[in-house]
Ligand binder design. Sequence first.
Ligand code: IPE
Ligand code: IPE
Ligand code: MG
Length: 247
Amino acid sequence: MSLLDKIDKNRLPAHVAIIMDGNGRWAKARGLGRGEGHREGVNAIRRVVEAASKASVQYLTLYAFSTENWNRPTEEVKGLMDLMVYAISRETPDLKKNGVRIRSIGDMDRLPAYARTALGECIRETAEGTGLTLVLALSYSSKWELSTAARNMAADVVKGVLEEEDIDEETFAGYLTTRDIPDPDLLIRTGGEQRISNFLLWQCAYAEFYFTGTFWPDFGDDALYEAIIEYQGRERRYGKTSDQIER
Ligand code: IPE
Ligand code: IPE
Ligand code: MG
């Protein structure tokens, strides 16, 4: 029985989010440059997108580049942008064929124009996809997202299109870049660190966390399925008692 067959189709996480970490250490362990690790990381993305589609996951959010990652050496940042453009252009036809719809969250204004254009094209090309929605978090951080949301809400109150007393959790969520995406059920971090690194702080309020020491380039379909199976063994109580939860 394959791991995919062991997944309970009635209790799937609708949304899996992944902090793809460990490319640099994967490369270092092999005496390679960090760029090699990032290139191998793209292959892992392809495997995991396919695996998530097969498991009927509806939303897969990948943390590809954080606001803080802009502080990396210029050559690494440029390498990552070039790699993203290359990978997106290469993968778009297959993504389209497989019904994958691409979206992005993050501060796109900070991306170099050529990267923004390539991403925009991929989003347009795949917009009709009815399968997996692949959300790329690029130039993303929660503190950026939350402070931007607060500023936009304040501006709308000043304009008179939003009443101060109407600001509640639902209204707030409507100002986030994830406004029409359900909250993640399962958050996976590869690479061994057990931290959230400014990722989906609001949205992960009730996510199940899964940490693995596997470096991202070594992550694949079975690793994803193991995480989903572990998730399915958890009891999500949302503050209630175990007895209150219907299973
Ligand atoms: C994750 O791998 C990819 C990005 C953050 C862009 P890292 O590049 O952070 O790899 P490590 O953590 O140095 O091993
Ligand atoms: C988190 O990884 C961001 C991404 C995976 C894109 P980092 O490698 O940047 O995280 P820290 O700095 O170790 O927390
Ligand atoms: Mg890292």
